[in-house]
Write a protein that binds this ligand. Sequence first.
Ligand code: CA
Length: 257
Amino acid sequence: MSAHVFIAEDETPIVTLLKYNLEKEGHKVSFSENGEEALKLIKDKQPDLILLDWMLPDLSGVDLCKNLKKDKKFSDIPIIMLTAKGEEADKIKAFDTGADDYVTKPFSQKELNARIKSLLRRSKPQSSVDVVEFTDLKIDRVTKRVYRNNKEISLGPTEFKLLDFFIKNPKRVYSREQLLNNVWGENIYVESRTVDVHIRRLRQAINIEKTKPLIRTVRSAGYPLLYRKKQLHSVDASPQPSMDWRSSGTAGSTAAA
Ligand code: CA
């Protein structure tokens, strides 16, 4: 389970130690030692989880937390408050500001890792797992590899991000704008036609001959990742027992389709 963890903490040794330990766990880490800067970076990078020190220069952890929690775009990012204070009143205050968890310094890294894992599992069940499957499509977020029908597919980085995004919410139709914001990021200027180009490349890469593309076009609405049992008819002809990730109901049975 790997995620992008943001550390807002002004004690450099703690940042260094946290960064080292989190990267060892496979997480990507960004950080800032200043409250104002942290807020800016968090809004820009949209991390999966935030470790937030209670007292920070320029903008306190408490205020930073309040700021994020009142903004719909960022309120879902889980926040673990880090603080030297162990008083009951402070814990209550931390939760009142919207923090999701609370750790008192000095904390054990093991315990923190466990708390991070549990928060990630709760907040983003689909993005916190390393391997995600959708019908006969499988993506490995750690190795950045994609497989369809057990065969590896080579994808460019943008196509990988697109597919990873679609797979989080299969069947949902996304407009070009939504794809731009979520895959390319809101602060990047890309023409909406670029989305079509990458969708086309992604389709070509994951397509199987004589089957309908997994990424459909819904006229004047956008693109969903869709699957109908029938579209696998040409692949189902011979049973492939090694495909344990496929539901047993469809494996090797053409009659069902
Ligand atoms: Ca501090």
